[in-house]
Ligand binder design. Sequence first.
Ligand code: F6P
Length: 323
Amino acid sequence: MKSIAILTSGGDAAGMNAAIRAVTRSALDQGVTVHGVRQGWQGLIVDQIDVLNARDVGNIIQIGGTFLGSARSKEFREESGRSRALRNLSRRGIEGLVVIGGNGSQTGSYMLSQLGFPVVGIASTIDNDLYGTDVSIGCDTAINVTLEAIDRLRTTGSSHTRAFLVETMGRDCGYLAMMAGLAGGAEVISTPEFEVPAEAIAERLRAAYERGKTHAIVVIAEGVKENAAHIMSHFEKDRRMVGFELRATVLGHVVRGAQPTAFDRLLATRLGVAAVKSLNEGVFGVLIGEQGGEITRTPLADIAGKTKPISTNLIELARILAK
Ligand code: F6P
């Protein structure tokens, strides 16, 4: 392969830049020309593509987000959009594509590879809901940002004898909330897979208050039915149910924009190099991930359109520790 392109798609994730850098420099090392596509699939459709050299990807390993830009492209879901993308790739003599992104993005990778184009995906989403990898780029950073918020809220909570609802991202997957809640010693963790209803949250908070706790933390994943706003309005009717004074903080996109942790930079670097190796070895239509500590290649056909549920071990751990 003499020429490849790289794009980042879907929600940005800390470590995407480190992955772009790894793909670019390892490809250049093999004598392969690298093209950077702007704004995800959309850039491929409108031909926003530039050649990248080693210096273009300098000084980005420590920066969150993606310097190539990202987008969720409706046009790429249409056959006409994908045909335009293929024409642009072929006109520029690009023979392979690396797609850094999560679920929706890798479904796009699968669609393109079904048309015969060599595509390799790299697992990257803060939600960590992709099959074919134990962990995806950006998730560790998002856990750490959520954890930092929990620690800070506990400090102010202790001063005022308050309980805090902390809502974090994760779409329909509770992994991010679960891991941050476990690491932060939360009194309650509510996720789509293990949702704790408002009444049960009130009971647990009340019990913690009566045991003499000066603070309590409830971590809530965004995908639950009863989110932080719902729970706040529920308790508005009868504040005595909780014991503590209650406040809510919704973190939202704050968890996405941080500097990547060492873990995410290293994961991104390893996956980026492995993606180029896969293209060079002629293994296409796969997602590069990490499973059991090893770099793995999983057929895109096996992961497209699916979401990985949170492990039952974690749910059990949260149940035991919530006592
Ligand atoms: O998939 C990453 C994610 O941050 C989810 O956790 C969240 O539900 C969604 O993207 C938010 O999407 P947007 O940035 O388009 O608002």
